[in-house]
Write a protein that binds this ligand. Structure first.
Ligand code: BGC
Length: 481
């Protein structure tokens, strides 16, 4: 116990930070990398002859001030320096993603060895620094060749993904044992594909939404199989969906019950719930309420019954329902819920409630109820695969980056997480988002989520106060928070 009465986290708790390929690497066409949907979306990087893009239109202004990930944080060239900084921060683990089009740039078959070399060297550098790699296979940068062939709408996407997973597992699986298949299908399918907010202006019907999600889940299943079959070390396989958190508006047991019901329910025709994607992966079937709510749309879709057949296919569900070693959750904010006359109801946050720079509400309770209830339902060990905040940080005249809000935010969220552990949830680790400031998708470099400040003009890195603070947390295994 520390002097303020707070206890340590469990022995062996994994303290880490996270990033993703497109957001930090740069080197968009270095050493044989092929283009991804994000190269297309942010910068019109379409090679000559790549016609026939489905619904993909690039318009200037897709991304804030036309920022692109072309150079990113130049991590592709500066990864040794970055790993050195991670070591200085005392990180025990680092979660990063692999750029699929860096590995298979032109189609599912042609492997770019140089692209794989980069990740292999990164893994070696991490291991030499005593930092355990946690590798995500897919964090949104779909190869353009896959998009052009129908992307998530094409059932073959899971064949392509299987080949990719096998290639990566063969090359890195002698040193990497912790894997995640997909990061947040909720977003790369929702805002990414169907809502026209990222990577595509295609707005699709509901049945198509359901079908793309089904195909993404098949990628998860096929990916898990290939990781286990091809990695030399036993593969510990999880995934990293959004942990869509609903917290009670008050401590009244009826509100607690309402928030719990809402956490597990499918009530709308979008991806903003846990169960539609989580249940097939962990339980091997789609949730009853969702099947009921979506039934008429699927029946009348005019797709020859493809989506309806897919969600009822025992063979597909068996494939999707691979053993899951851990359930990753990305948690930033939450909805407040109370019990209304007709069931759970959303409640607004009060005026003046704390927000991050993107105006997302700060809700530390989300790291209590979110993991606790998901663990209770799925009984799979949990990792917090992302949590953090964007803040208006800059380098002060004395060279320091003071970010007290990030420290306070993280302390509060970690206290909630510790309570969830105390109340029985098997939570194995925490990855702060992000290890460094980076390309925040359609917001470009405007948002700063990092523990490390990046000056994009010079590439200079500066550990923020929060990075120094996080080191003290890690050294004390959380007892200081
Ligand atoms: C994503 C990250 C993103 C972060 C902050 C998550 O949804 O996985 O790529 O930068 O949230 O928006």
């Amino acid at each position: 116990m520390s002097k303020n009465g707070s206890a340590s986290f469990p022995t062996g708790f994994v303290w880490g930070a996270a990033s993703s390929a497109y957001q930090i690497e740069g080197g968009w066409d270095a050493d044989g990398k092929g283009p991804s949907v994000w190269d297309l979306y942010s910068h019109d990087h379409v090679p000559a002859g790549w016609t026939g893009l489905i619904g993909g239109v690039t318009t200037p202004g897709n991304v804030y001030m036309n920022h692109t990930g072309d150079t990113g944080c130049d991590h592709y060239h500066r990864f040794r320096e970055d790993v050195g900084l991670m070591k200085q921060m005392g990180l025990k683990a680092y979660r990063f993603s692999i750029s699929w089009p860096r590995v298979t740039p032109t189609d599912e078959r042609g492997v770019n060895t140089k692209g794989l070399d980069f990740y292999s060297e990164l893994v070696d550098e991490l291991l030499n620094a005593g930092i355990t790699p946690y590798v995500t296979l897919f964090h949104w940068d779909l190869p353009l060749w896959a998009y052009r062939r129908g992307g998530w709408l094409n059932r073959e996407v899971s064949d392509w993904f299987a080949v990719y997973a096998a290639v990566v597992a063969k090359r890195l699986g002698d040193r990497v044992s912790n894997w995640m298949t997909l990061n947040e299908p909720h977003i790369f399918l929702g805002p990414g594909l169907h809502e026209g907010l990222q990577t595509s202006n295609a707005r699709k019907g509901h049945a198509e939404r359901i079908l793309t999600a089904h195909h993404a889940l098949m990628c998860h299943g096929r990916g898990a199989i290939e990781l286990r079959a091809n990695a030399k070390l036993p593969a510990v396989v999880g995934w990293a969906p959004i942990g869509r958190c609903k917290v009670p508006a008050t401590n009244d047991p009826r509100d607690v019950e309402a928030a719990k019901i809402a956490t597990h329910a499918v009530t709308s025709k979008d991806y903003w719930n846990n169960a539609w994607l989580g249940d097939p992966v962990v339980l091997g079937h789609y949730p009853e309420d969702g099947l009921k709510l979506y039934h008429d749309d699927l029946k009348n879709a005019g797709d020859g019954g493809e989506a309806l057949r897919a969600v009822n296919s025992a063979a597909d569900l068996k494939l999707i329902n691979q053993k899951l070693d851990f359930y990753g959750i990305n948690v930033y904010d939450a909805e407040r819920i109370k019990m209304g006359d007709k069931g759970p109801e959303k409640v607004d946050f009060p005026p003046g409630h704390p927000q991050n720079a993107l105006r997302w509400f700060v809700e530390p309770d989300s790291l209590y109820y979110g993991p606790l209830w998901l663990y209770e339902k799925y009984k799979v060990p949990i990792y917090v695969t992302e949590n953090g905040m964007t803040n208006l940080d800059w380098v002060d005249t004395d060279g320091r980056v003071r970010d007290p809000q990030r420290i306070d935010y993280t302390r509060r969220y970690l206290r909630s997480l510790r309570r969830a552990i105390a109340d029985g949830a098997d939570i194995r680790g925490y990855f702060h988002w992000s290890v460094m400031d980076n390309f925040e998708w359609q917001c470009g470099y405007r948002e700063r989520f990092g523990l490390i400040h990046v000056d994009y003009a010079t590439g200079e890195r500066t550990l923020k106060d929060s990075a120094h603070w996080y080191r003290t947390v890690i050294d004390a295994n959380g007892a200081t928070i």
